[in-house]
Design a protein around this ligand. Structure first.
Ligand code: FMN
Length: 635
């Protein structure tokens, strides 16, 4: 069925709107006590998170069970079962939401389905045991609006994630989707699209923060018959899942944004470069592209205009460097995924030598919303130089691991302590790493920094694409920087010497320090070499890879000193620096530790205190784990 006019688009919207209105309404105001079939509303809706995280915890089976039970009880005319994208609160997944009362069930299992249907849907009673318990008040909270995790969030890029069925184009249209494209194609000039994006102040969310409108303008200015729009969906940062979640939860927003960009710059071909390790995102994108083609929103003469635009998916093999835009283009051309010097910028000379805009998934997800709500609306959110919101994948030693979206200017403290619910197991906060493997580790003194592109750079880190990893007192900052450097050494393409050899030398120095062989001179070498690599590497990978080392040297120099002077790792992570001892007062000579020591490093006769032979001890910790009398300690 081809949608040939805005009227036809409106007809689809009208048809699907009532279902969506119910969801929107319940998101704004909660039906106080009425739930279940007796609410008198048109149809009940059961939304189940179908993001990768919840899917890994059986949310697909939960959805199938709901469908089965609803069918068995002849309630299909009264109840819809809908699989959505990510709700964000991954810590509490799988999540099931019931509309219209907006009840938010957490950590649901396939076995809970019968009870939810029986109690909630049929008897109209909320199931207390599956409601979220606020850790501060210890009261149950049934509506996400009242959860600290959601209160400070503002959803623009994620507005449809966890809200619509990503495999149903009608739901996207009912949310106003494809209307911005239709409006601009039918009544506005291409340069007006770029102007709105420029005025909005949108900056690229893929890491560089380059103004999106300027990039589009540069591409539009190129006098070429053939141009390309590329969506960078490579997302290689460890711990990051922002882009994946957007593609899984709202693929049509990316398609619409790419078409708008195509119209703006004069391109008729779009390419999504996505890593093959994202099978669900790929599947949802494929479904969405097919649906858009069927509706004539991709293809030739879109909405009976002269504008042709179609999208192809290209797969990446999971090399981090292929997320860098010039390497990405080479990879798509079938060449080695290596970067090249800029200029020329891809907007001038990109894929197949033609003008190409490369934009990140999250950047693109903002575009249709900006085109709908206007540049001023978007620019009214955020800080003077960083407009709008930022999506973060909040991970590490934090209570509420998940996907969040906050206005630029929100502080790190608000993110970690309010949205994130503080540090796991009551431990002490030590650092937060922003910006992925090339970011920096920030400390307590940076917690009140309002998050934006410039502020994070000013304190020695960066926004990056949105990974945010929280660390506690048990994390060794030397090991943390070694971990990230290990990653960048592994992922370096090897084209330039500073990155290929310099990072390897940095890693060797870090290994020396964590092995207990480091000296104060090595700390100087780390700092000098790190700065040289930053200044001389060819691409962003090398230029930023020493950041974790340099920022931890700046912020945790005392820990480095302890490693090289005192040969102590206070977080007890560096094996070589640990010493295991047996307290003779507590040891009863049960011999269990000696029995389990793989190195035969424990001696002693039965019923007499044992001892560890330091030279033989391999510091595996097996003895301590086995001792039933707390007689073994490590320092
Ligand atoms: C090593 C490296 C990896 C990168 N990986 C990604 C990525 O996975 N996704 C992304 O959008 N940008 C990535 N970038 C940034 C891209 O080069 C480019 O700036 C971005 O795709 C532009 O889109 P934006 O302006 O919308 O942010 C990476 C950069 C470097 C140096």
């Amino acid at each position: 069925m081809k949608v040939l006019s805005i009227k036809a688009l409106e007809a689809i919207k009208n048809k699907a709107e009532s279902t969506l209105l119910l969801r929107e309404q319940s998101n704004r105001e909660t039906a106080e006590c009425s739930c279940g079939l007796n609410t008198g509303t048109s149809k009940l809706q059961i939304l189940i998170c179908g993001g990768t995280g919840c899917k890994a915890s059986s949310s697909q089976l939960i959805a199938e069970n709901f469908k089965k039970v609803i069918a068995e009880k002849n309630m299909t005319a009264q109840v819809d079962v809908i699989i959505t994208g990510c709700f964000g609160f991954c810590e509490k997944g799988p999540i099931v939401k019931i509309i219209p009362d907006n009840t938010f069930y957490v950590q649901v299992t396939p076995q809970d389905v019968d009870e939810i249907v029986g109690e909630h849907i049929i008897n109209g009673k909320k199931l207390e045991r599956l409601l979220y318990v606020d850790p501060n008040t210890e009261h149950t909270v049934s509506d996400s609006k009242h959860m600290a995790f959601y209160k400070k969030q503002v959803r623009i890029a994620l507005q449809n994630c966890g809200f619509i069925d990503p495999e149903n184009i009608d739901e996207y249209i009912a949310r106003g989707g494809y209307f911005p494209l239709a409006n601009y194609l039918l009544s506005k000039k291409p340069e007006q699209v770029t102007e709105v994006i420029k005025q909005s102040g949108l900056r690229g969310r893929g890491g560089g923060g380059f103004p999106t409108g300027l990039k589009w303008e540069l591409a539009a200015r190129q006098a070429s018959e053939t141009k390309f729009v590329v969506c960078n969906a490579d997302e290689g940062d460890p711990g990051a899942f922002m882009d994946r979640s957007i593609m899984e939860g709202d693929p049509h927003s990316i398609i619409e944004a790419m078409a708008l960009c195509g119209y703006a710059i004069g391109a008729s071909k779009g390419l999504v470069y996505i890593r093959a390790e994202y099978p669900l995102a790929i599947q949802r994108l494929k479904v969405a592209i097919d649906q858009a083609r069927t509706y004539g929103l991709l293809g030739e003469r879109i909405l009976e205009t002269e504008f042709d635009f179609d999208i192809e998916i290209r797969y990446g093999a999971g090399a981090f460097v292929c997320g860098e835009e010039t390497a990405l283009i080479h990879s798509m051309e079938g060449k080695r995924g290596e970067p090249t010097l800029k200029p020329p910028f891809p907007a001038e000379q990109g894929y197949l030598g033609q003008p190409t805009t490369v934009n990140n998934v999250e950047t693109l997800a903002n575009v249709p919303v900006i085109m709908e709500k206007g540049a001023d609306w978007f620019a009214s959110i955020g800080t003077p130089k960083s407009k709008g919101t930022k999506v973060f994948a909040l991970a590490g030693k934090i209570n509420n691991v998940g996907l969040i979206e906050v206005p630029m200017g929100t502080t790190l403290r608000e993110v970690i302590y309010e949205i994130g619910g503080g540090i796991k197991n009551g431990k002490k906060f030590k650092a937060v790493q922003t910006g992925g493997p090339s970011g920096g580790c920030l400390t307590e003194k940076h917690l009140d920094t309002p998050i934006d592109f410039d502020n994070l750079l000013a304190v020695g880190s960066m926004m990056g694409s949105g990974g945010m990893i929280v660390m506690d007192e048990d994390d060794c900052m030397v090991s943390v920087s070694r971990f990230y450097l290990d990653f960048t050494v592994e992922e370096s393409c090897g084209k330039c010497t500073p990155c290929r050899i310099g990072n390897k030398r940095l890693l060797e120095l870090l290994n020396k320090i964590t092995d207990g062989r480091g000296t104060e001179k090595d700390l100087e070498a780390l700092s000098t070499l790190g700065r040289v690599i930053k200044d001389t590497a060819l691409c962003g990978l090398g230029q930023t890879s020493p950041n974790p080392v340099l920022s931890t040297l700046d912020n945790f120099y005392d820990e480095y000193l302890e490693h090289v002077h005192d040969k102590v790792c206070r977080a007890k992570q560096c094996k070589a620096l640990l010493t295991y001892t047996i307290n003779p007062e507590l040891c009863i000579g049960c011999h269990l530790c000696a029995k389990h020591c793989p190195a035969d490093a424990i001696v002693g006769t039965v019923r007499k205190p044992h001892t560890i032979i330091p030279d033989k001890c391999i510091k595996c910790g097996m003895c301590m784990a086995r001792c039933k009398f707390n007689a073994i300690s490590v320092c």
